[in-house]
Every structure is written in structure tokens, then in C-alpha cells.
Design a protein around this ligand. Structure first.
Ligand SMILES: Nc1ncnc2c1ncn2[C@@H]1O[C@H](COP(=O)(O)OP(=O)(O)OP(=O)(O)O)[C@@H](O)[C@H]1O
Length: 264
């Protein structure tokens, strides 16, 4: 469904953030993108929907090369890709419902969106999504009244109401406590499974990635140095990705502290 072909990004500063990345993501597959700070994870996610312009290579989404699209076609293609951000990117003074509905802005005409008059079916779907993530009772609250975990749930609803095929998720748990992080990762993965959505989740927490996803891709210096099952992430592989460190405390443990064999 998504194929990156020799995707390269060199910033104006000369930083080669991505070096000819090749990656295939089948329809409905959720994968975690891990790697040290500066490895190119955010750049890769943002090159896919062209929030960052790739320098060369192709981003094939269902056979269309997104790097070749003009503004109008890109706007339409972006509907297929929902994005979830670390800092939630909500409009603080708007309500939860309005924030969720803003995910439909790519579909409704200018005046409708200016007047925030959304079709009833969009409003119904927003209610359904809020119910699914446990926030129905918060629909009329302002975004700035919510906790971090609640904000991220709103961010998830806003991405899903777009009806995307692919979720691009950039450090969804980096601002959350460990328990909320786990709940959010579980929710994202469950929703992807329910809706047959593919996702690329940029995540710093290796144990959390191992707990929930069936495939992990490790980036280092803009190159893929690992692509495999979560339980294949041995200390040696982690050293290859991150450099020298004691990995025993990082590899996924279950509730009793036992190393876990495979992702759920
Ligand atoms: N706007 C920019 N201008 C110049 N260089 C940049 C820019 N954004 C990122 N870089 C550089 O590109 C490389 C990859 O950065 P990127 O943010 O993609 O890494 P990352 O793996 O997401 O890191 P982190 O985990 O810290 O967010 C780094 O060397 C970084 O300094």
C-alpha cells in the first residue's frame, strides 16, 4: 500500500537525514519506527505526507507517487493519511467536538469550514469516535481543560474522522506518563486493527513498541539498520541501532519482570 523508494532528504544545512530509504508497508500493517535522536524518524514520517519535502526518491501510496503531486492533488492525497502528533496540535480554545471535526476540513468546502457547519453525518461520526475512545462526556469541553492522555485521544479521533488508510504517528506518548502511554499505544493499535488501517509509529520507548506492534524498523544515521519482529530485537541489535548500552532493562518485560517472547 505504501512504498518508499530510495527516499532521501538532505536539509539545507547539509544534514543527510534520510539516505535512500526503501520500505514497504502492506495494507493494515502497524509498524514502529525506532532509533536514536537525530536518526531521521520524524523526517521520514513528514516526508511521507510532504510536511517535509523529500530531496529525491518516491513515496508510492497505492501506486501514486506523492512526491510528484501538485498542490490540489496533494491536498486530496493527504486525506488518506491521518497524522497524530506528540504535542497533540489541538486548537486550545475550541471544544473537543470542534477539534475532532477539524479532521474533516480537507473534505468540506471553504465556507462550510469557515462557518464550522459540518454535515450531520460528520457530527454523528465524531460522537461515535469520542464514544469509542471514552470521551463522549467531554464533547463540549474546551481542549485546554483536558489532560495529556485525553488530548491525545482527541488527536486520535481527529485523525480517524479523516477516514485515512494510513496513520502517521509521531511520538504519540512522549509527553505522557507510562500508564497513559501504554493505554494510548493500545488504543492506537486496536483502532488500526478494527479499521484495517496501516500505521507508522515513531516511538522512543522500545519496550512499548515491542509490546504492541508486529514489526519494528530501526533507523540509524538516516538508514534502516533493523527491520523485523519485535522479539528479534536482541541487545546486539539494539547496540547496532542505538550504540553501546546495557539493554537488559530496556527490552520488554511483562508484569512480573520476565522478558517477553513476542508481541501480543
Ligand atoms: N528543519 C531542519 N533543518 C535542518 N536539519 C534538520 C531539520 N530537521 C531535522 N534536521 C536534522 O535531520 C536529522 C534527522 O532529524 P529528525 O528530527 O528526523 O530525527 P529523529 O530521529 O526524529 O530525532 P528525535 O528522536 O530527536 O526527534 C538530524 O541530524 C537533524 O538535526
Amino acid at each position: 500500500m505504501l512504498r518508499l523508494e530510495k527516499l532521501t532528504k538532505t536539509y539545507k544545512t547539509g544534514d543527510m537525514a534520510l539516505k535512500a530509504i526503501d520500505l514497504d508497508v502492506p495494507s493494515g500493517q502497524v509498524l514502529a519506527l525506532i532509533g536514536p535522536s537525530g536518526a531521521g524518524k520524524s523526517t521520514m514520517i513528514r516526508c511521507i505526507n510532504r510536511l517535509v519535502e523529500p530531496t529525491s526518491g518516491a513515496v508510492m501510496l497505492d501506486g501514486t507517487d506523492l512526491t510528484k503531486l501538485g498542490a490540489g492533488a496533494l491536498r486530496r492525497a493527504r486525506r488518506e493519511m491521518g497524522m497524530i502528533f506528540q504535542e497533540y496540535a489541538l486548537v486550545e480554545r475550541l471544544t473537543v467536538m470542534e477539534n475532532v471535526l477539524s479532521g474533516r476540513l480537507g473534505y468540506v468546502g471553504f465556507w462550510r469550514s469557515f462557518l464550522r457547519k459540518f454535515p450531520q453525518k460528520d457530527v454523528d461520526e465524531a460522537f461515535r469516535l469520542l464514544d469509542r475512545v471514552g470521551l463522549l462526556h467531554m464533547a463540549d469541553k474546551r481542549a485546554d481543560e483536558l489532560s495529556g492522555g485525553q488530548r491525545q485521544r482527541v488527536g486520535i479521533c481527529r485523525a480517524l474522522i479523516q477516514e485515512p488508510k494510513l496513520l502517521l504517528v509521531d511520538e504519540p506518548t512522549a509527553s505522557l506518563d507510562p500508564k497513559t502511554s501504554r493505554q494510548i499505544m493500545r488504543l492506537v493499535c486496536e483502532l488500526c486493527a478494527e479499521r484495517g488501517l496501516a500505521a507508522i509509529i515513531n516511538i522512543h520507548d522500545v519496550a512499548l513498541a515491542q509490546m504492541f506492534v508486529p514489526r519494528v524498523v530501526g533507523l540509524r544515521f538516516g538508514e534502516i539498520v533493523f527491520d523485523g519482529l519485535p522479539n528479534a530485537l536482541t541487545p546486539d541489535k539494539l547496540t547496532e541501532i542505538y550504540g553501546e548500552e546495557d539493554w537488559e532493562a530496556t527490552i520488554q518485560k511483562d508484569e512480573d519482570g520476565e522478558a517477553v517472547e513476542a508481541a501480543e
